[in-house]
Design a protein around this ligand. Structure first.
Ligand code: PLP
Length: 330
């Protein structure tokens, strides 16, 4: 299969055996990487085509699947530019929407199944604000193969305890998804701009930093991702350390990478909007640039957070989601 390399935003589930990636280590797949343009922060279409032709030349049937999607995922992937090429070469096209499924549900980012992928996997707990779980969306003609791969290939039982909660989050997305996804992307752009204005180096500047819920920050001048992640956490600010393109070549490691990744889906659901992002950026940069003691910032974060206790883009009472579904099916 071909997928994104981890420093380009790929996830460990599509990683190679030599990096303990699940696809390689558990499923025995050989994984190659999309060519990635770090200025665009996206897949390089022309170089990927050259690479795929090279792979196929070596062994006619070797490339079986292309997996779009990723964990550091700032801009929509070029499905439209690669779909026909992959189809002509007999490559099955998948899209891992774990991170962006709530944005897709809300009509933001991109629409992979309509753009031509054959299957799309998703998490129900990232930008889709539900209980933890996963889903595979595809077309009827692939259903038997997918069912067989899921059971017994990957899982045994299904998890009934969270089915009702998933139904509710889907109903909430039908009712509030557009508004939630749209505000999430606006907030991400606002926070990215604010962090940039305060002196941090953000990736994807050429394309306006982000079109998703995330932003990637190169903090290699201020420290390392592992230490700063911990400093932020000590101030009650949760972010992820992130390997960036070029980190491996620079001798950096995933424990202490050159980047941090921030997402705004959670604070958006708590009702924050663009104006709050300025304040969030201020708290973040007090630690990363100002090197203030996280213990002092923690109190400021707690005070700031006091005004945002209610979950938004949700039904007001526990019956409404069930009633809503009943109305929809009549
Ligand atoms: C988080 C993530 C996963 C794993 O999903 P879980 O449902 O959290 O196990 C898979 N792929 C990508 C791209 C992810 O970001």
């Amino acid at each position: 299969m071909i997928a994104l390399a981890i420093p380009s935003g790929g996830h460990i589930s599509t990683g190679r055996k030599d990096f303990s990636g699940t696809a390689g280590l558990v499923h025995g797949l050989q994984v190659d990487y999309f060519a990635f343009d770090k200025e665009e922060m996206n897949i390089d279409v022309d170089k990927t085509k050259e690479k795929v032709k090279e792979i196929i030349k070596v062994n006619e049937s070797e490339l079986k699947m292309a997996m779009f999607g990723g964990s550091m995922f700032l801009f929509p992937h070029p499905i439209n530019d690669l779909r026909d090429f992959f189809t002509e070469h007999g490559v099955f096209i998948c899209y891992d929407s774990a991170h962006v499924s709530g944005l897709i549900a809300g009509g933001e980012f991109q629409d992979p199944l309509r753009e031509g992928v054959q299957a799309m996997t998703l998490s129900t707990h990232k930008t889709l604000p539900g209980p933890q779980g996963g889903t595979v969306l595809s077309f009827n003609k692939y259903s038997d193969q997918i069912k067989k791969a899921v059971f017994p290939g990957n899982t045994s039982n299904h998890h009934l305890h969270s089915v009702a909660a998933k139904a509710i989050v889907f109903a909430e997305m039908i009712e509030f998804g557009r508004e939630y996804a749209s505000q999430t992307v606006k907030n991400a752009k606002a926070l990215a701009e604010a962090l940039h204005d305060k002196g941090l180096r953000l990736l994807g500047e050429k394309n306006g930093f982000t079109q998703s819920h995330q932003m990637a920050v190169d903090i290699s001048e201020q420290g390392d991702g592992g230490t700063l992640e911990k400093d932020l956490e000590n101030a009650n600010i949760i972010a992820n350390r992130q390997l960036l393109p070029g980190d491996i070549q620079a001798g950096r490691h995933y424990m202490h990478p050159g980047g941090l990744r921030f997402g705004v889906q959670e604070i958006t659901r708590l009702g924050m909007r663009e104006s709050e992002m300025i304040e969030v950026a201020d708290l973040i940069t007090k630690i990363i640039i100002g090197k203030e003691d996280p213990k002092n910032i923690k109190q400021k974060v707690t005070d700031f957070r006091k005004d945002f206790q209610k979950v938004h883009y949700a039904f007001e009472d526990s019956r409404a989601a069930y009633d809503y579904l009943k109305i929809r099916t009549i």
